[in-house]
Design a protein around this ligand. Structure first.
Ligand code: FES
Ligand code: FES
Length: 141
Protein backbone atom coordinates (compact mmCIF):
# COMPACT_ATOMS: atom_id res chain seq x y z
CA UNK A 1 0.00 0.00 0.00
CA UNK A 2 1.29 3.45 -0.86
CA UNK A 3 0.85 5.39 2.38
CA UNK A 4 1.27 8.68 0.52
CA UNK A 5 -2.23 8.18 -0.83
CA UNK A 6 -3.65 8.18 2.69
CA UNK A 7 -1.50 10.62 4.62
CA UNK A 8 -1.17 14.34 4.22
CA UNK A 9 2.35 15.44 3.13
CA UNK A 10 2.84 17.17 6.51
CA UNK A 11 2.29 13.85 8.29
CA UNK A 12 4.78 12.11 5.97
CA UNK A 13 7.28 14.91 6.60
CA UNK A 14 7.08 14.67 10.40
CA UNK A 15 6.98 10.89 10.28
CA UNK A 16 10.06 10.52 8.09
CA UNK A 17 11.94 13.42 9.70
CA UNK A 18 10.63 13.65 13.27
CA UNK A 19 11.76 16.68 15.28
CA UNK A 20 13.17 16.49 18.80
CA UNK A 21 13.23 12.72 19.20
CA UNK A 22 14.98 11.50 22.33
CA UNK A 23 14.89 11.92 26.06
CA UNK A 24 16.16 13.96 28.98
CA UNK A 25 17.27 12.50 32.28
CA UNK A 26 13.95 12.51 34.07
CA UNK A 27 15.60 12.98 37.46
CA UNK A 28 16.72 16.49 36.41
CA UNK A 29 14.86 18.96 38.61
CA UNK A 30 13.58 21.13 35.78
CA UNK A 31 12.40 18.28 33.53
CA UNK A 32 8.73 17.23 33.39
CA UNK A 33 7.88 13.83 31.94
CA UNK A 34 4.52 12.82 30.52
CA UNK A 35 3.78 9.22 29.66
CA UNK A 36 0.39 8.50 28.15
CA UNK A 37 -1.35 5.75 26.25
CA UNK A 38 -4.20 5.66 23.78
CA UNK A 39 -6.94 3.31 24.99
CA UNK A 40 -8.22 3.00 21.41
CA UNK A 41 -5.12 1.25 20.10
CA UNK A 42 -2.54 0.78 22.86
CA UNK A 43 0.00 3.22 21.41
CA UNK A 44 2.24 5.05 23.86
CA UNK A 45 3.82 8.51 23.86
CA UNK A 46 6.47 9.91 26.18
CA UNK A 47 7.02 13.66 26.12
CA UNK A 48 9.54 15.60 28.18
CA UNK A 49 9.86 19.32 28.69
CA UNK A 50 12.81 21.23 30.09
CA UNK A 51 11.55 24.33 31.84
CA UNK A 52 13.26 27.52 32.94
CA UNK A 53 12.41 27.60 36.65
CA UNK A 54 12.47 31.39 36.81
CA UNK A 55 10.42 32.25 33.74
CA UNK A 56 8.21 29.16 33.40
CA UNK A 57 9.16 28.97 29.72
CA UNK A 58 9.62 25.61 28.01
CA UNK A 59 13.18 25.80 26.74
CA UNK A 60 13.56 22.37 25.22
CA UNK A 61 11.48 19.31 24.49
CA UNK A 62 11.92 15.65 23.51
CA UNK A 63 9.59 12.83 22.61
CA UNK A 64 9.46 9.13 21.96
CA UNK A 65 6.34 7.66 20.48
CA UNK A 66 5.66 3.98 20.08
CA UNK A 67 2.75 4.22 17.73
CA UNK A 68 1.30 4.89 14.34
CA UNK A 69 2.48 7.48 11.83
CA UNK A 70 -0.16 9.98 12.88
CA UNK A 71 0.86 9.70 16.54
CA UNK A 72 4.52 10.22 15.65
CA UNK A 73 3.66 13.17 13.42
CA UNK A 74 1.38 14.66 16.11
CA UNK A 75 4.09 14.47 18.75
CA UNK A 76 6.77 15.79 16.42
CA UNK A 77 4.59 18.76 15.49
CA UNK A 78 3.70 19.32 19.16
CA UNK A 79 7.38 19.62 20.09
CA UNK A 80 7.74 22.42 17.55
CA UNK A 81 4.66 24.14 18.94
CA UNK A 82 5.59 24.11 22.63
CA UNK A 83 9.23 25.19 22.53
CA UNK A 84 9.39 28.79 23.76
CA UNK A 85 5.85 28.76 25.20
CA UNK A 86 4.98 29.33 28.84
CA UNK A 87 3.51 26.39 30.76
CA UNK A 88 0.15 28.18 30.73
CA UNK A 89 0.20 28.58 26.95
CA UNK A 90 1.36 25.03 26.33
CA UNK A 91 -1.38 23.72 28.63
CA UNK A 92 -3.99 25.26 26.36
CA UNK A 93 -2.95 23.36 23.24
CA UNK A 94 -5.87 21.35 21.91
CA UNK A 95 -5.66 18.19 19.87
CA UNK A 96 -7.95 19.78 17.29
CA UNK A 97 -5.18 22.32 16.48
CA UNK A 98 -2.78 19.47 15.80
CA UNK A 99 -5.32 17.46 13.82
CA UNK A 100 -6.13 20.50 11.70
CA UNK A 101 -2.50 21.32 10.96
CA UNK A 102 -1.81 17.71 9.93
CA UNK A 103 -5.19 17.21 8.21
CA UNK A 104 -5.83 14.05 10.23
CA UNK A 105 -8.94 12.10 9.25
CA UNK A 106 -11.58 11.41 11.96
CA UNK A 107 -10.32 7.86 12.67
CA UNK A 108 -6.91 9.37 13.51
CA UNK A 109 -8.16 12.07 15.89
CA UNK A 110 -7.24 10.01 18.93
CA UNK A 111 -3.60 10.07 17.75
CA UNK A 112 -3.53 13.86 18.19
CA UNK A 113 -5.35 13.45 21.54
CA UNK A 114 -2.34 11.47 22.69
CA UNK A 115 -0.17 14.54 22.06
CA UNK A 116 -2.52 16.83 24.01
CA UNK A 117 -2.59 14.35 26.90
CA UNK A 118 1.21 14.05 26.80
CA UNK A 119 1.94 17.78 27.12
CA UNK A 120 -0.65 18.12 29.91
CA UNK A 121 0.92 15.21 31.74
CA UNK A 122 4.46 16.59 31.31
CA UNK A 123 3.38 20.00 32.65
CA UNK A 124 1.68 18.35 35.63
CA UNK A 125 4.82 16.35 36.40
CA UNK A 126 7.04 19.43 36.20
CA UNK A 127 4.69 21.42 38.44
CA UNK A 128 4.51 18.75 41.11
CA UNK A 129 8.31 18.41 41.14
CA UNK A 130 8.64 22.19 41.27
CA UNK A 131 6.20 22.46 44.19
CA UNK A 132 8.23 19.96 46.21
CA UNK A 133 11.30 22.15 45.91
CA UNK A 134 9.55 25.14 47.50
CA UNK A 135 9.72 28.80 46.50
CA UNK A 136 12.50 30.04 44.23
CA UNK A 137 15.37 31.68 46.05
CA UNK A 138 16.74 34.79 44.40
CA UNK A 139 20.36 34.96 43.28
CA UNK A 140 21.50 36.57 46.52
CA UNK A 141 19.28 34.71 48.95
FE1 FES B 1 -1.80 0.50 14.96
FE2 FES B 1 -1.93 2.54 16.62
S1 FES B 1 -3.46 1.17 16.11
S2 FES B 1 -0.31 1.85 15.48
FE1 FES C 1 -3.59 4.95 17.85
FE2 FES C 1 -2.56 6.48 16.06
S1 FES C 1 -2.26 6.60 18.16
S2 FES C 1 -3.75 4.74 15.70
Amino acid sequence: VNSKRFYHPKVIDHYTNPRNVGSFNKTLENVGTGLVGAPACGDVMRLQIKVNDDTGIIEDVRFKTFGCGSAIASSSYLTELVRGLSLEEAGKIKNTMIAKELSLPPVKLHCSMLAEDAIKSAIKDYRSKRAKRGPTLGPDA
